[in-house]
Design a protein around this ligand. Structure first.
Ligand SMILES: *Cc1c(COP(=O)(O)O)cnc(C)c1O
Length: 402
């Protein structure tokens, strides 16, 4: 069975501009007189009659039946996310990895072959390389910057192609149009992790990708306080993924769904500032004598800048740069920053910074790090919404500590 082909998806064209959609895109489902929907802290929901109960129990994705099946506030978030991605619907889960693993497990079976990129979010790579083979699903990884590598890896039993762009830590770009077209020709489902770009900067579905997954922990939540995930796709695929979701149970709590909705209201404001700040920081870093190299899709020096401009509207928060110095000097630089906080994650209001090699030193060998593109002097930064001059001053002070 080939779902992608058998389930034509209607385009979701919102009535408003995105700045308005994030605020009012859920107005049609707002009940009662409160301006903000209440938090539904109920694990189960009352039926008025046996007939009504039967209907609630048998309706897929009912938002007020049982909390593993759905939640009224989650429906608000899902309605907005679907409009931002331009997909028929969206489905919230308890984390980005919950969304990714549930989606993949819903779509592949024993005997299938999948194509993934050589570089993905680490837990996604683990899913393809360590977990799926245990269940009889074979995989090939390819260089994401070469669309023909995807075509060459296709086998008769290839079921799914996993994409992620830009990707950590090199910020390499996958040509969404080219790979989606190749997949369509062979009736293969495409799934894209759009976390690093976010829907406001990049819309994989508009380039032909079937399923778009997100760690909503990042830009959608936007405040480093919520862990959540989302899947955006056609109704037919969402029902299939939801069915797997009710078994795997990566459920988002009522409170976290509500915080996610609150975060979404300011998404376009935050994204505007983040895109502008990150580009300005990247351009500034490139001019500094203490900096060896800066990787950011918005810079002309990025090897795939032209492609990035074609499929991205803005380039997001994440910059990877190398300082002129060894592991210790890089550690000193990162430790001396006062405004940028040393912490993982990205896409929130505060600027975060990570000495990448220090993060992986415990779990990867030097050779593994080299293959993954992690160098001892690489720093990954997620630029927040602080004033640009304060960010530059912080980095400037750090560079003088090199
Ligand atoms: C953070 C992240 C994930 C995982 O999301 P969680 O919400 O932490 O489970 C997946 N993909 C990318 C690209 C990420 O940045």
């Amino acid at each position: 069975m080939k779902d992608a082909a058998s389930s034509p998806s209607k385009p979701n064209t919102p009535a408003w501009h995105e700045e308005t959609t994030v605020l009012h895109g859920d107005a049609a489902i707002l009940e009662g007189s409160s301006v903000v929907p209440p938090i539904y802290y109920s694990a189960t929901y009352r039926a008025e009659s046996a007939e009504a109960f039967s209907e609630m129990a048998t309706t897929p994705r009912h938002h007020a039946f049982y909390s593993r099946y759905g939640n009224p506030v989650h429906e608000h978030v899902e309605t907005i996310l679907a409009q931002l991605e331009g997909t028929e619907t969206a489905l919230l889960m308890g984390s980005g990895m919950g969304a990714i693993s549930t989606t993949i497990l819903a779509l592949v079976s024993k005997g299938d072959h999948v194509i993934a990129q050589q570089r993905h979010y680490m837990s996604t790579s683990k899913l393809f390389e360590e977990i799926l083979p245990r269940f009889g699903v074979d995989f090939t990884t390819v260089d994401q910057t070469d669309p023909q590598a995807f075509a060459a890896a296709i086998r008769p039993n290839t079921r799914l192609i996993m994409l992620e762009t830009p990707v950590n830590p090199t910020l390499s770009i996958t040509d969404l149009d080219a790979v989606a077209a190749i997949a369509k020709k062979h009736n293969i489902i495409t799934v894209a992790d759009n976390t690093f770009a976010n829907s406001l900067n990049q819309k994989p579905h508009a380039h032909g990708v079937d399923v778009v997954v997100h760690s909503a922990t990042k830009y959608f939540g936007g405040h480093h306080d919520v862990t959540a995930g989302a899947v955006c796709c056609s109704n037919a695929l969402a029902e299939k993924i939801w069915s797997m979701h009710t078994t795997l149970g990566s459920v988002l709590s009522p409170m976290d769904g509500w915080l996610l909705l609150r975060g979404l209201r300011t998404l376009s404001l935050r994204m505007e500032r983040i895109n502008a700040n990150a580009l300005a920081v990247a351009q500034w870093l490139e001019q500094q004598p203490g900096i060896e190299r800066v990787l950011y899709p918005g810079l002309e020096s990025h090897p795939q800048h032209t492609l990035a401009c074609r499929q991205m509207k803005g380039f997001g928060a994440v910059i990877a740069f190398s300082v002129k110095g060894d592991f210790e000097a890089t550690s000193r630089f990162v430790s001396s920053l006062k405004l940028a906080t040393q912490a993982v994650s990205l896409g929130g209001v505060e600027t975060l910074v990570v000495h990448t090699a220090a993060m992986w030193a415990g779990t990867m060998t030097g050779a593994q790090m080299e293959t993954a593109g992690i160098e001892s002097n690489t720093v990954r930064m997620s630029v927040g919404v602080e004033h640009i001059d304060d960010l530059k001053a912080d980095l400037d002070a750090g560079l003088s500590a090199l």
